[in-house]
Write a protein that binds this ligand. Sequence first.
Ligand code: BGC
Length: 694
Amino acid sequence: MGAVKEDVGGMAWNAVLQARGEEREKRIAELVSAMSLEDKIREMSGTTSPFKQLYMLLHYNKFPFLAGGNRRLGIPPIRFTDGPRGVALGNSTCFPVSMARGASWDRELEERIGEAMGLEARAQGADFFGGVCINLPRHPGWGRAQETFGEDPFLLGEMGAAMVRGLQKHVMACVKHYACNSIEESRFFVDVRVDERTLREVYLPHFKRCVEEGATAVMSAYNRVNGDYCAHSRHLLRDILKGEWGFRGLVMSDFLWGTRDTVKAALGGLDIEMPVRIHFGRRLKKAVINGKVPESLIDEAVTRILRAKAAFAAPAHPFLYTRDRVACAEHAALALESARRSMVLLKNEGGLLPLQRSSLRSLAVIGRLADVPNIGDKGSSRVRPPYVITPLQGIREAAGSVEVVYDDGSDPGRAAATAGKCDAVVVVVGFTGREEGESIPYMKGVGGDREDLSLRAEDVSLIACVAEANRRCVVAVEAGSAFLTSGWKEKVAAILVAWYPGMEGGRALAEILFGEVNPSGKLPVTFPEENGQLPPFDKRARSVEYGYYHGYRLFDREGMEPAFAFGFGLSYTSFDYSGLRLSAGELRAGDTLVVEAEVSNGGGRAGEEVAQLYVSSPGMEIDRPQKELKGFARVRLEPGETKTVSFTLKAEDLAYYHAESSCWRIEEGEYRVFVGPSSRAGDLSLVASFTIAR
Ligand code: BGC
């Protein structure tokens, strides 16, 4: 097996690029078999120059991280960049964080956002986007919950798949962090103990969904699962991902300390060590020569890597990737559209919102976050947009003849006096990258987890003082996930979850406050009444048990009332549900059921509604959640208009994992379908049944 000579090598790679389908596979196999062991192993790790690495200590993500690549052979490196709220390079468009986009429950919008990010990544020299984060936050206080789409595997899978579809029109999409990564501060060492059924039904389905959508890459998580580091886990990588799911893409490690051991990682199924060569350089070569790692596994990894590179080597529209597309007006408009659809109205007593300019002379805008660009975490997901519209800026621009009086809230007495003199008040509070986000070693006071979901004490007392002075008080909260409202929600008239709304967020917030936009976001996480309702969360845990129940499933099981349920969100109009019907009363394995219902806009203004479909299986032998989300549909309705929402359900979607026999089973018997505006029992009055028969 000799080294490929320069000219032959370049030709071999060109031959790969020119071939398609099976022919390309053959060309890749020929190239791999002609490559030297060194050449092959070089493909399997980060290759960013030491100078750039040093520079990136000062400005992380300044350049794409490189992996592999071989000039002599003409093989390009992978050029990695991060997300997910935009592209981490340059001054890219900053979209609302993923949790906000999860609250939009809008697949079509998410696909367009993915497409815009893919275009901006490529225009700035990257061809690999490492920002499809779909981890399930078992506890909403996970510091990086803002990077993911919500607590439910179905929602996560659908939104992740939409993002993958959009991104892969331009770049390779990498889905992360596989698997069970949902405690930030112990991410480098925590061992997540999880039984096979819980793993398969709760923590993996969304990864499978993205793999089915054709995601090119999967990033292994830092943490361990059942004793093995994820980058070494033969069970996760070889058995499930590459074996059962038939994944043909590549597995990349998470960065610093994501790979711990040469032989374990290579045997386990890791294809690329990032961001630099520590375990997969000389050590891997030695392990192959010593017979500890079969060379066939190296060949397999390189085949996957070359396959991925070849698929994205020649973009369909190379002329598209010009720098002027980065943060262009069209993408800014998309960021605005996303922010509009993601904000969730939790309370609107007496119809305080929308504010009527005609009956308002003055509006107080209060709070330390009212006039700061607050777009989320400052870790690896940081995006540096060209501008950020703050809430105050947005409100000022939209206020028209209404006088806007601003107070930063540092003195609650003064703020209350200001609020008292105005006709209404908007208080902007919440978190920043200081209180939640990625946890970076040796950097204290930045990011990390929120074991306690309460707002900061200053925020709670500011709300109390201001609301006491003016009951026409709207609280807008900027946050990456759930927070507690107990102790203050009764005092205020309206609550709006703004999330970290991206660079156009302030404008969207103002449009919702003044009624140009009708709010339509729905909570992608359960908002508890108190911390004690959630699964235990120890951010320093060395080992933790992930049980079967979390989120709304746990609330249902324990009969607990949340403050605001999963899927909940108000509108300025009202929607009615009727006419639930099923295409069949009985289903067998392989069959598909169509579920339809009518949604009508019974109010006086146009609006968008997210109809949700839940399934339950009462009376089954096996313990199952009282209900599980299995479908959702976003519809726009003019006043008085009615539309049909339609969902398809396969019998296989109802399967559970039978751990003893290592397979999925569909239990026969009666199932119930619920369609409605949220997961709250009272909201799910449309019910129908069907049976699964042998
Ligand atoms: C994060 C990943 C990220 C990587 C590269 C890691 O610390 O966990 O999500 O993609 O850095 O920036």
